[in-house]
Write a protein that binds this ligand. Structure first.
Ligand code: ARG
Ligand code: ZN
Length: 470
């Protein structure tokens, strides 16, 4: 929590400037392509990020192999994207904001390509019929970029004093690999990261191997459950590594910047118990490994729920709460992901409410008390955001987190504990590894409670202003 409040405060000035650059008009290239016969669309139609994702295919697997030298900040990479065509394609796009491409093949044959903003426009040597599995191999080298978001925060490939802090929500993944960058296209991932000996590259999932030769170490990470591109990371630095298991046998791999070991110890120590409590409350842990990456990238100002292994840019003052928040996202956000970014409260409101539950469970402030405290807030601007569609600039603003959590607590009061926790468990079960919308949540809540909740959700999610009756 402390992280994003810190971030929100520091970025307020830049938000207005950033907003103007958001109003992208489709470029000439995109316009002409739209009329082409069997071209895949340049975006999936998410109103918050028009060019995010692409039409015409579904990515199944990413194999991302690279070396990175923190001294020069250069990467040398080969990414292989395996996808299935969902329409006949004579041209299609990947999202890519990374360095210069030296070679690109489709099914082993050199393909034509152009770059236009974040679109990498690919013309395969021969058309791809609908249903065809195809592979795209892209070789690139150079300095991957830091991306600035509409709210002024930074993401993508962020260099640190000993490596790189790598995060992609909501649009940073294309900084380091070409792909279909929208949460609706989940895929499995394998990473092969080669870094100078003594430096560690920490990815999502399980560490398959770690081999050193002539001063360089290659880490192979495998992420076998479906993952959205924004949740991918290979964060690089000098880390103290600890491996253990949760009470239910889930392997834990934790990487901590040596400078932060002491300050993060209490939060890191709670990982097994937090996971265990959520398993009992929400249902099975969705992934086959867990852990955390505690790095030092103070200019970032937030943590991210990178799948299986959340990444922290520092140790926030509320370290335990933030750990509880990021681990809750593994259920809410990572396994069940948004269908459109406007549904972001389904991630942030749920993770914040889970923080409240963990606080109560461990003898801290109760969820009721935390609700009352948030509800008492009378900062006018706080109550002027529409939670179900906050707008791209405010998607990570405090109301999305706190009014989102309040919405869940109010729902719990309205339908009772039994129905409320049934709703949460059904939610993670029904949409496991998939995508869902606010409407899906309302429908499920009505089904499980047997109540008409139209006006309840209208007041909490769709109306501005502080709710008074619900
Ligand atoms: N999902 C992250 C969290 O709750 C916040 C990510 C913010 N990203 C950004 N580009 N501002 O903890
Ligand atoms: Zn969050």
């Amino acid at each position: 929590m402390a992280f994003r409040r810190f971030r929100a405060a520091t970025i307020a000035v830049t938000a207005a400037v950033a907003m103007s650059s958001m109003l992208v008009t489709p470029s000439a290239i995109a316009e002409t392509r739209r009329s082409a016969s069997e071209a895949g669309a340049p975006g999936v139609g998410d109103p918050y990020f028009l060019y995010q994702g692409n039409g015409g295919f579904d990515v199944r697997h990413y194999d991302i192999a690279f070396s990175y030298d923190p001294a020069t900040r250069r990467m040398n990479a080969t990414t292989t994207v395996t996808a299935v065509a969902t329409q006949n394609l004579d041209r299609f796009d990947l999202d890519f904001r990374g360095p210069d491409i030296s070679m690109l093949t489709v099914n082993g044959t050199t393909a034509g390509f152009q770059r236009d903003g974040q679109e990498l426009i690919i013309t395969p040597g021969s058309n791809l019929p609908s249903g065809r599995v195809f592979t795209v191999v892209v070789k690139y080298a150079g300095v991957p970029p830091v991306i600035t978001d509409p709210d002024g925060s930074i993401e993508g490939w962020v260099p640190t004093d000993d490596g790189a802090f790598v995060v992609g929500e909501p649009q940073g993944a294309p900084a380091w690999f070409p792909g279909n960058d929208h949460p609706t296209n989940k895929a499995t991932f394998t990473f092969h990261a080669t870094v100078p000996e003594g430096t560690t590259a920490v990815g999502n999932g399980r560490l398959l191997s770690q081999t050193t030769a002539s001063g360089w170490t290659t880490f192979v990470w495998d992420s076998t459950e479906p993952m959205a591109t924004y949740l991918a990371t290979v964060t690089i630095g000098k880390f103290k590594i600890t491996e253990s298991t949760t009470p239910s046998g889930i392997p834990i791999y934790t990487a901590v910047d040596p400078r932060l070991v002491k300050r993060s110890a209490a939060a890191v120590a709670q990982i097994p118990d937090i996971i265990d409590y959520y398993r009992q409350t929400f249902g099975p842990y969705p992934f086959s490994s867990t852990g955390a990456i505690i790095d030092y990238a103070p200019n970032v100002g937030y943590a991210l729920e990178t799948q299986t292994r959340p990444v922290f840019c520092d140790v926030p003052s509320n370290a335990v709460g933030t750990m509880a928040h990021e681990l809750a996202h593994q259920w809410f956000g990572d396994s069940v992901s948004v269908r459109h970014w406007s549904d972001i409260w389904l991630n942030e409101g749920f993770a914040t409410y889970s923080e409240w539950l963990w606080s109560e469970h461990t003898g801290g402030m109760t969820a009721q008390k935390l609700f009352e405290q948030a509800y008492a807030g009378d900062k006018r601007s706080f109550w002027q955001i529409t939670i179900a569609d906050p707008g791209v600039v405010d998607m990570f603003s405090d109301p999305v987190y706190d009014r989102g959590a309040m919405t869940l607590h109010a729902l719990r009061g309205k339908v009772g504990d039994a129905a409320f926790f049934r709703i949460l468990r059904q939610w993670v079960q029904a949409y496991r590894y998939g995508n869902a919308t606010t409407t899906d949540f309302i429908k499920l809540s009505e089904k499980e409670s047997g109540m008409d909740l139209t006006s309840f959700f209208d007041v909490w999610l769709y109306q501005k202003g502080k709710p008074t009756t619900w």
